[in-house]
Design a binder for this molecule. Sequence first.
Ligand code: NAD
Length: 285
Amino acid sequence: MGELEGRTALITGAARGFGRAMALLLAREGADIAIADVAAELPSERVKGMATAEDLDRTRSEIEALGRRAVAIRADVTKASDCERMARTAIEALGNIDILHANAGVFSFGKAWELTEDDWDTIMAVNLKGVWLTTRAVAPHMIERRYGKIVMTSSRDGLRTEPNYSHYNASKFGVIGYMKSLAIELGPYKINVNAVCPGQMTDRSAPPPPPGTSNPYWDMVVGKPNATYEEFDIASGRENLFEEGGQIDFSEVAEGVLWLVSDRSRTVTGLALPLDRGWIAKRGG
Ligand code: NAD
């Protein structure tokens, strides 16, 4: 018997990556799942590489293969009307929403003075406004039922900053501020509201990027130009207090969210929980 037998969840940014790992873990624990994703490029010049409709469909099939009900919803969390439709569709398909994981997020890289307005606006629109719109669409339903578990994906960068991510840092600090406000407002309705602050993570079972791929973030973490993915992976792991093993796997971080959305953490609300092998602790946080 899974921890979440009979429960229902809506997860945004769930076509791939951490959102997909969350959807599969919650499904394995017994929950029926609505996965939402923009599943198309955003109207941005520079923030590219979103999941595709095929990714969304594949994740839906993977949930169904675990024997759970699944509904896939194409929705852009920066749009209020999409978020309202997303909440309606999930409730119609699953009967209710017990668990809401506002996870969709994007990033771009550059010094504050090099960022474009497009970088700033897109990161803020998805990472901060998107979390507000997502929760705004679902909160009345949870209030009516006097039940709900809301988790927002912030980041280690929501607690301690990294260079070349000023807009991302600001958005993720903002998520924690918003989370604390919502926790106070939803407390009287017995709704838990928390945020998670993952460390650098990846799907360790996926093939690495092809040789010759370069990335300015890898160069920053490794400390030299043209760093390879393998060099980055090792250096990234060494940034953590538990240094071994390269980047953290999505599935390890997902376990922390599972705890937050289960009734085992009934007493926990208004918390920003680092899930980072001690990256924050190493920096005295
Ligand atoms: P990812 O890019 O693999 O997944 C993000 C998903 O969000 C994609 O499927 C994308 O299509 C979707 N998305 C983007 N904009 C959207 C929008 N407007 N509406 C709906 N869906 C949208 O990234 P990930 O690594 O899985 O990141 C998931 C979350 O975790 C993000 O909030 C990210 O900031 C956060 N995070 C990631 C890391 C990391 O190391 N990967 C670390 C800390 C925090």
